[in-house]
Design a protein around this ligand. Structure first.
Ligand code: NAP
Length: 282
């Protein structure tokens, strides 16, 4: 048994994605969504040990609390102070050690690579400075981006996120988008079912045919920002690829089996298409 903890969690696409993957690979595994209230991440980790879960995904609001509660952290999770995937390691003594990982950044890079987007040498503007933005900023710097500019509503958070990119990171202004190659929306603006649902995170007039525009928001699949960017002639990439690839990396860590990415993607698309709207969590 594997699963995801979060609150709210009822509309998570993860059970659909993982159970499709287990079935495709003929693995006798199942994946469950566990609603865990804020403040109960430690109890959930104790439950993971007691029930000998094969893997645990972590989503809002537990990513930081789980980072503080596992036995060890992989480098990305340590730098970000956030865990989205817990991998149990059984020691010869029978004791289980829980390793906290963060597959959001590598999942983002894998999704870009799948779409043929080259990060090395690119000038990137990242909109937002929350958990997703921080993972993306660190991943972009690690993949050789030339510049990583962070634009955020709350300035102090922008500076903290930019620092994760080391020497190539700095706080940017909207005008910087004009000279960027890649623009990533890592805010929640445009997410269906939220107050900012119909909105865009940036003046689309700053975008043109030279830009690749990525939206991490995947619900709706065609966000207002992607629609506006496409109208400006930009090449656009939706957020479902990152969702699928971060899950694929977790699947590999837990099972030791290569993830069936195409099956997972099809399951995610079908799951999204099957519902009119939802709260967005994974
Ligand atoms: P978060 O930690 O809560 O951060 C939210 C970010 O959005 C902050 O930078 C916040 O700015 C900004 N923001 C929120 N409302 C805004 C508004 N009205 N105007 C301007 N900025 C606003 O959330 P998160 O976990 O980073 O997630 C962000 C989005 O990415 C969500 O939609 C999530 O679903 C998506 N996501 C997708 C994937 C994927 O696999 N595709 C993975 C992770 C997350 P302040 O700092 O000023 O508050």
């Amino acid at each position: 048994v594997a699963g995801v903890i979060g609150s709210p969690i009822g509309h998570s696409l993860s059970p659909t994605i993982f159970n499709a993957a287990f079935a495709e690979c003929g693995l006798d595994w199942t994946y469950v969504a566990f609603p865990v209230p804020e403040g109960q991440a430690g109890a959930a980790l104790a439950g993971m040990r007691a029930f000998r879960l094969g893997g645990l995904s972590v989503t809002m609001p537990h990513k930081a609390a789980v980072a503080a509660g596992v036995d060890a952290l992989a480098p990305d999770a340590l730098a970000l102070g956030a865990v989205n995937c817990v991998v149990p390691h059984r020691l010869p003594t029978g004791e289980v050690q829980l390793l906290g990982e963060n597959t959001d950044g590598p999942g983002f890079l894998a999704a870009l690579a799948e779409d043929g987007v080259i990060v090395r040498g690119a000038r990137v503007a990242v909109l937002g400075a929350g958990g997703a933005a921080r993972a993306v900023v660190r991943a972009l710097a690690g993949a050789g981006a030339a510049d990583v500019l962070v634009l955020n509503r709350t300035a102090e958070r922008a500076a903290a996120a930019a620092a994760l990119a080391g020497p190539v990171g700095r706080v940017g202004l909207p005008v910087d988008v004009l000279s960027a190659d890649l623009v990533v929306n890592a805010t929640s603006v445009g997410m269906a079912g939220t107050p900012a649902g119909g909105q865009v995170p940036l003046d689309p007039g700053l975008l043109g045919p030279s830009h690749v525009v990525v939206d991490l928001v995947y619900e709706p699949a065609q966000t207002p920002f992607l629609q506006a960017a496409e109208a400006q002639g930009s090449w656009v990439v939706g957020g479902l690829g990152m969702l699928v690839h971060q899950a694929a990396l977790a699947f590999g860590r837990w099972t030791g089996v290569q993830a069936p990415v195409a099956t997972m993607r099809a399951a995610a698309e079908a799951g999204l298409a099957a519902r009119p709207s939802s709260d967005v969590n994974h």
